[in-house]
Design a protein around this ligand. Structure first.
Ligand code: SF4
Ligand code: SF4
Length: 451
């Protein structure tokens, strides 16, 4: 009995020690205090009876051990619940319906009139964002000349990658085994700076049917590639912390550029090997990146409509390369029911969304697809009011915590245990608050005008 108590006590001490050290490193005062309290109190429950063996402590120890074993068995329970099944889109989307496409419509032009003639229900909603100062505008609420100019510089650079997303294919085809090329591509892309990479067989719903940006507006998209390679890059937690202030759009722009450079380089590699390949990067998409990434095994689509990845949740940006090179697509289970279940109960993003654009209800059918559909118009109107891409939902999400031992253990628990999912929801609120205060901008991003 002594040894069992000792093992439980030391196990708990280990967990709370890791939690304390991690919370100190992350400068989370409240989480540090609670972890330290756990470190002192919980192991003591197990170790104290060892110092005082008598009849009373014997009963206490047996009860404690029985309770602990029951708890561990309950943690292993992870039933499949069809209510949380991952869903496959049953609809081909039009890029012209995206907010970035609608933002480019100029009142009085033919494009503008054509679009709102087919979608009159959108005009009134879109006029609301047209009345706002705009993204990166000096008149926006969170205007910061340093942050906005840096973001603009990154967006400018990524826009210059446009001509390189597709190019001439080498006339010399290198014959290569699909497994070997897949391994090379995955390892190389990670070496170039991606956090995760996956490959999937392209399906019709991965593609938009019509392009909606800039000079390609209205061009029909013909699905013509067999495989999609999805890659994710991390958005810095430090920069997201102050969302929706200026650092968030700096970070988005930087990671659009980084993922864009990797995707363009990867597409060039595949063309050098003699195979057609096209990169899909910021402003130049023919595919819906989160759906390609989900089917390539990189995560699941959560309540806020973003890809929830295994180790960083929604705190990533995605780029895709489509190609006809021989590759080995992901053949594991697509999606993640534990994410759907967790999101169904959590709703933290919905409660913290400043424009109340994220639904509180369960998934419902929208565009023939079972999903959570955010109110893109009110979200985008908020962006154009504050000048940034907000990101408050990403910042508060319990899956967004840093990629380290403690948070990965928690994410593992959430994935594999129903009881742990319930506990994690409450513990996240307890340690980090249900409505976390807005973080500070990194000191070097703060703008102090000269006197
Ligand atoms: S905050 Fe909660 S509900 Fe929203 S995406 Fe994250 S886990 Fe899901
Ligand atoms: S980006 Fe901001 S406004 Fe848009 S859904 Fe997320 S929290 Fe809401």
């Amino acid at each position: 009995m002594k040894y069992i108590l000792l093992i439980f006590g030391l196990g708990l001490a280990f967990i709370f020690l890791i939690s304390t050290i991690t919370s100190i490193a992350e400068r989370q005062k409240r989480a540090t205090f609670l972890s330290f309290l756990g470190l002192i109190l919980l192991p003591t429950l197990y170790i104290a009876p060892l110092l005082l063996i008598n009849d009373a402590t014997n009963y206490y120890s047996y009860a404690l051990i029985a309770l602990s074993i029951t708890f561990i068995i309950a943690l292993l329970y992870n039933p499949h619940d069809p209510k949380y099944k991952t869903s496959t889109p049953n609809h081909i989307f039009d890029e012209r319906d995206t907010m970035f496409s609608r933002m480019e419509l100029v009142p009085g032009t033919e494009k503008y009139n054509q679009y709102y003639a087919t979608k009159p229900e959108n005009e009134e909603k879109d006029n609301l964002f047209r009345q706002q100062p705009g993204l990166l505008s000096p008149k926006a609420i969170f205007y910061n000349p340093l942050a906005f100019s840096a973001a603009d510089a990154n967006f400018y650079t990524v826009s210059k990658l446009g001509p390189f997303i597709n190019d001439k294919v080498s006339s010399t085809k290198v014959e290569i085994d699909a497994d070997d090329l897949s391994i090379f591509v995955k390892e190389w892309v990670k070496k170039l700076g991606a956090i995760d990479v996956g490959i999937c067989l392209m399906k019709d719903y991965h593609y938009y049917h019509t392009k909606g940006r800039r000079e390609t507006y209205g061009k029909k998209i013909a699905p013509r590639y067999q495989y999609g390679i999805a890659l994710t890059v991390e958005m810095s937690e430090q920069m997201i912390k102050a969302a929706p202030k200026g650092s968030v759009i700096m970070e988005s722009a930087e990671q659009y550029l980084k993922s864009g450079v990797i995707a363009v380089t990867l597409a060039a590699l595949l063309r050098n090997l003699g195979y057609e390949a096209q990169a899909h990067i910021d402003g130049n998409y023919e595919v819906i990146c989160p759906l390609v990434a989900r089917d390539a095994g990189l995560g699941e689509i959560g309540r806020m409509g973003l890809l929830m990845t295994h180790n960083l949740g929604p705190r990533v940006r995605i780029a895709v390369v489509t190609t006809n090179a021989p590759l080995q697509p992901y053949n594991g289970k697509v999606g993640d029911e534990s994410v759907i279940e967790f999101c169904t109960k959590c709703k933290k993003c919905a409660e913290n969304c400043p424009s109340q654009s994220i639904p509180y209800d369960d998934r419902s059918i929208s565009d023939n697809t079972l999903r959570w559909k955010i109110n893109s118009e009110s979200c985008f109107t908020y962006w154009t009011k504050v000048g940034t891409d907000c990101g408050r939902c990403i910042q508060v999400c319990p899956y967004s915590h840093p990629n380290n031992l403690m948070h990965n253990m928690i994410r593992f628990g959430i994935k594999h245990s129903k009881l742990f999912r319930i506990m994690a929801l409450h513990l996240d609120d307890l340690f980090y608050k249900r409505k976390p205060p807005l973080g500070k901008l990194p000191y070097w991003v703060e703008y102090k005008p000269s006197k």
